[in-house]
Design a protein around this ligand. Structure first.
Ligand SMILES: *Cc1c(COP(=O)(O)O)cnc(C)c1O
Length: 405
């Protein structure tokens, strides 16, 4: 077993060696600009890009012409929200989204509110982190032009009922954007079947390179239009100017092809490992709570709160394992995760949460080792915790008068 162990595959994934292999010629002999129309260097590069576009489209059941390359899902989310608002502002000025979206959607929505007077409804989620399609329906007004709901959450792995939301969007003639960065390549996604009009995703979350992503933009039923947010050479059918990063795009295509072939097997293997890890932890420790949906969740995600233990201290106690805690340094202070808070998880338990993100290259022995070390560390930290001691003595911690208050 090699250390450190990587269990943070929601943040990014290691690149698959087969992806790297596919990219290499495009750094050297096939270095051309895909927009160079009058020589072989350009044609070679363009051929690489168009093959990748097909591989990417196939994974999500789209047409290659519906794929717009970007620098990643952050840019795709910006382009979708800002591009739709700018293009359709005469139709309305209202967006519906959810409170557990990635920052790239939430901050874009906030910028649109502040700078363009757009009205945004941030839907609540249930205790498992799921958006209720009926809440979407009830939030629709005659000014609504876009619904943006994520496919699966990056912290808790909960998968939203996107198909049901898509049906409502279609019924009302409103566009549906989906940030599917965590879902694409991990679980089957079909933009036709699910009624998705715009969809963001990124190569580096699916064993591809960093710095490239895509926005799916529906071409028919309806034909979606977006205003470009970057002025320039008119690349990507005028929706996103800039010389294409050919090697990254070729790698992105290969990553999608591999996901298409191996997604089912990866998901089956990882969910078994994940469930075993969960069972081991709950068997050994009391006062542990699963965050997110028990069944409607990504196969490689596990998010657990360990009561009476600070997530950050837990991570410090097992530095040889790369994990993520539910506390985010969003400001000078350590804020508990807004996603967990949106599920109604208290600040204490939110601070005590750990996200396990398994991946294609995760080994059984790594997961077993992580489980053992987490159990050891939680036990040790609890032994040192006065709060845990008080709770064990039957003192109701809520009734305690804290000196600091
Ligand atoms: C990682 C992630 C993003 C941002 O993607 P980048 O390609 O890193 O910009 C957006 N949304 C979700 C849900 C993510 O997990």
């Amino acid at each position: 077993m090699k250390f450190p162990i990587y269990l943070d595959n929601h943040s990014t994934t290691p690149m698959d060696p087969r992806v790297l292999e596919s990219m290499l010629p495009y750094f050297t002999e096939k270095f051309g600009n895909a927009a160079s129309r009058n020589h072989a260097f350009g044609w070679d590069a363009e051929e690489g890009v168009e093959a990748a576009r097909k591989q990417i489209a196939k994974l999500i059941h789209a047409d290659a012409k519906e794929i717009v390359f970007t620098s990643g899902a952050t840019e795709s989310n910006n382009l979708a929200l800002k591009g739709v608002i700018e293009m359709y502002h005469e139709k309305g000025d209202h967006i519906i989204t959810s409170s557990t979206e990635h920052r790239a959607v939430l901050d874009t929505a906030k910028a649109l509110e502040a700078k363009r007077g757009v009205k945004v409804t941030y839907l609540p989620v249930d205790k498992f982190g799921m958006v209720n399609p009926e809440d979407v329906r009830n939030a629709i007004t005659d000014k609504t032009i876009l619904i943006s709901v994520m496919f699966a959450n990056n912290e808790i792995g909960t998968i939203n009922p996107v198909k049901a939301i898509g049906k409502i969007a279609k019924e009302k003639g409103i566009l549906l954007h989906c940030d599917a960065t965590q879902g694409v390549g991990k679980v089957p996604i079909d933009v036709q079947d699910m009624g998705i009009d715009l969809m963001s995703f990124s190569a580096h979350k699916i064993y591809g390179p960093k710095g490239v992503g895509a926005l799916y933009v529906r071409k028919k039923n309806p034909r979606v239009r977006i205003a470009a947010q970057m002025d320039g050479g008119g690349h990507e059918r005028g929706m996103r100017s800039g010389t294409l990063p050919v090697p990254l795009i070729v790698g992105f295509g290969k990553a999608c092809e591999l996901c298409e072939q191996e997604m089912a097997a990866d998901a089956a293997r990882l969910s078994v490992m994940r469930d075993r890890l969960h069972a081991t932890i709950t068997k050994a420790l009391e006062d542990v709570y699963l965050n997110g949906h028990p069944t409607e969740r990504l196969p490689h995600n596990l998010n657990i709160s360990f009561a009476y233990v600070e997530g950050e201290s837990l991570l410090m106690g097992c530095k040889e394992i790369a994990l993520s805690s539910g506390s985010a340094c969003t400001s000078a202070t350590l804020e508990p995760s807004y996603v967990l808070r949106a599920l109604g998880v208290g600040a204490e338990l939110a601070h005590s949460s750990i996200r396990f993100g398994l991946g294609r290259f995760t080994l059984d022995e790594e997961v077993d080792y992580a489980g053992k070390r987490i159990i050891e560390t939680v036990t040790k930290l609890r032994e040192m915790s006065p709060l845990y001691e008080m709770a064990k003595e039957g003192i109701d911690l809520k009734s305690v008068q804290w000196a600091a208050h």
